[in-house]
Ligand binder design. Structure first.
Ligand code: ADP
Ligand code: MG
Length: 560
């Protein structure tokens, strides 16, 4: 019925009335709410996943807010801001990407009625900023430090944080297994800031449980030439030579034009080529290295040469892997084989080429500087392993964060409820309109526990009432009660070890508030006339159908 009625109230040409003023603001808010609705159902341990496939036929199954937002390819100019905050949350802290989008959507949803009633957005913005600052202070105050614990204790605490992150993912069923793996990997690399020092290698086949951690580097066997079979495949304490040069016999015709007067000279040219390569190979052997890796090709001649001298070689090793070997084994990548001194050679306890599933892997373990770790992921479908990799990335980021600023807050919506209660209480003590606005902000924070309930199929109202009561009773204590995802009731999140690093929440609240304020402060969109039709059509296709523009205009018109 409503759908049939709507066309009758459109008086003006498409797009003319929504580009300015209140109607424009409302339409932007609607677009953002529509985006938040997309990721809404993925929140929490019982959240659903999204299958996204693009026009190139790639399918991705993901639960990660940032990944979904990226793949959605949103073109609505205002809604794009939400994509940006999801991305920045991902790169800043690595987790909480769904949370940040949901919060921003909810802040805007709460602001919408005020905007429609004619409240000046700047008033809302001011109150939201105050509320956000207070919320962040409160999080900091409630955060519990895990500093000063023994290594074993710390490990188990970090594993709890990792497990909380993983519990919402596809691999949640094996969260303890992966959590301890992630903690070991992160602790192995110590203070190194480079994320790619933890390698994740995906090998389809087997089960998740077959995944393992290498305290060093592992990479798939590179392309190799004849002679490779004769090379030894295992060394104890080998020296490792890392190169960035080609060890291949260059046939001269590819490279140069040489004019000869006497055919006999031709042989000397050919010989020169051979001498050059033999000279290089000889120097590699003399260096004492038992394993030779190069970023560039190592040809058949070299392969055979090394095989004859019991040396293992691998060419075309990817830059990243080579750097990781360098970091782990303590060598430096050489661009020449002249003067290879002992210091530039790396070493490790055991080098081995092993079969993993259908692939051969070169594995360097027991590396002296221990700056790297590699997780070899096993599992069924490609999409599954891809999502497992993204989930591990989240967990790795979380553990790294927790190691750096080691404070945690209770998850499962507990911290959100507590801030909400605190803000409501504060609102009651202030005069004027801002009381309403801060109250709305507080209400918006409840979206996290509410959505956790909704996604798990619990009665959200019921659970939220229980939570409100619990938090009100323990006022000031910072009741750590949150949604109990197993029973549908409420539980002490701290006792249940549903922990999140405080910085995830702080960053999420900050970014979501910023985004909401940014959108509230826009009252006009100016479109470049040239790109108007293309953009307008696409935007209408993506957003209009979801009620974004349609509803905004409808409201705007009715008042005219
Ligand atoms: P995000 O992308 O925002 O990290 P997730 O889908 O990972 O979204 O969900 C995170 C939310 O799920 C957090 O609020 C966290 O507290 C909550 N959560 C995680 N594990 C549990 C659990 N076992 N019980 C209750 N809540 C949980
Ligand atoms: Mg998460």
């Amino acid at each position: 019925m409503a759908a049939m009625m709507q066309p009758q109230i459109i008086l003006l040409k498409e797009g003319t009335d929504t580009s300015q003023g209140k109607a424009q603001l409302v339409s932007n808010i609607n677009a953002c709410m529509a985006v938040a609705d997309v990721v809404r159902t993925t929140l929490g341990p019982r959240g659903m996943d999204k299958l996204i496939h693009d026009d190139k036929g790639n399918t991705t199954i993901s639960n990660d807010g940032a990944t979904i937002m990226k793949l959605l390819d949103i073109i609505h100019p205002a809604a794009k801001i939400l994509v940006d905050i999801a991305k920045s949350q991902d790169s800043e802290v690595g987790d909480g990407t769904t949370t940040v989008v949901l919060l921003a959507g909810e802040f805007l949803k709460e602001a919408k009625p005020f905007v429609e009633e004619g409240v000046h957005p700047q008033n809302l913005i001011r109150s939201y900023r105050t509320a956000s600052n207070m919320a962040i202070e409160k999080v900091k105050e409630l955060a519990v430090s895990i500093e000063g614990k023994s290594l074993e204790e710390k490990k188990s605490l970090l594993a709890k944080c990792a497990a909380t992150t993983l519990s919402s993912k596809l691999i949640g069923g094996e969260k303890e297994f992966f959590a301890s793996m992630v903690v070991d990997a992160v602790l192995a690399i110590g203070n190194d800031d480079r994320l790619n020092m933890i390698g994740i290698k995906k090998v389809p086949g087997g089960t998740m449980r077959d995944s393992f951690l290498v305290d060093g580097v592992a990479f798939k066997k590179t392309f190799s030439y004849a002679g490779f079979e004769q090379q030894p495949k295992k060394f104890v304490n080998p020296k490792i030579l890392l190169l960035n040069i080609e060890l291949e016999l260059k046939s001269e015709k590819e490279n140069a034009e040489i004019r000869l007067s006497d055919p006999a000279q031709y042989q000397s040219i050919v010989d020169a080529e051979w001498n050059i390569i033999y000279d290089k190979l000889d120097k590699c052997v003399k260096s004492g290295a038992k394993v030779v890796l190069s970023r560039l090709a190592i040809g058949d001649l070299a392969t055979q040469y090394f095989a004859d001298r019991d040396i293992f070689c691998a060419g075309r090793v990817s830059e990243e892997d080579l750097q990781r070997v360098a970091a782990a084994a303590g060598g430096t990548v050489q661009t020449t084989v002249n003067n290879v001194i002992d210091e530039v050679l790396g070493s490790c306890e055991i080098f081995e080429e092993k079969q993993v599933g259908n692939e051969r892997f070169n594995i360097f373990s027991g590396c002296p500087s221990g700056k790297t770790a590699t997780i070899v992921l096993r599992g069924g479908a490609d999409q599954f392993i891809e999502e497992a990799e993204r989930s591990l990335h989240d967990a790795i980021m979380i553990v790294r964060r927790a190691v750096k600023n080691s404070t945690v807050v209770p998850g499962g919506g507990a911290i959100d409820m507590e801030i909400s209660r605190f803000l409501r209480q504060h609102a009651r003590s202030i005069q004027g309109k801002s009381q309403l606005f801060i109250n709305s902000y507080a209400k918006a924070l409840e979206i996290i526990p509410r959505q956790l309930c909704d996604n798990a199929g619990f009665d959200a109202t019921d659970v939220l009432n229980k939570l409100r009561q619990k938090h009100a009773l323990a006022s000031g204590e910072g009741a750590p009660y949150g949604v109990d995802i197993n029973t549908g009731g409420i539980a002490d999140s701290f006792a249940n070890f549903v922990w999140e690093p405080a910085v995830v929440k702080i960053n999420a609240i900050n970014a979501a508030t910023e985004a909401a304020c940014l959108i509230l402060s826009v009252d006009e969109t100016v479109k470049n006339p040239k790109s108007e039709s293309a953009q307008g059509d696409a935007a209408a296709g993506a957003m209009g159908g979801m009620g974004g523009r349609g509803r905004g205009r409808g409201r705007g018109m009715r008042r005219r």
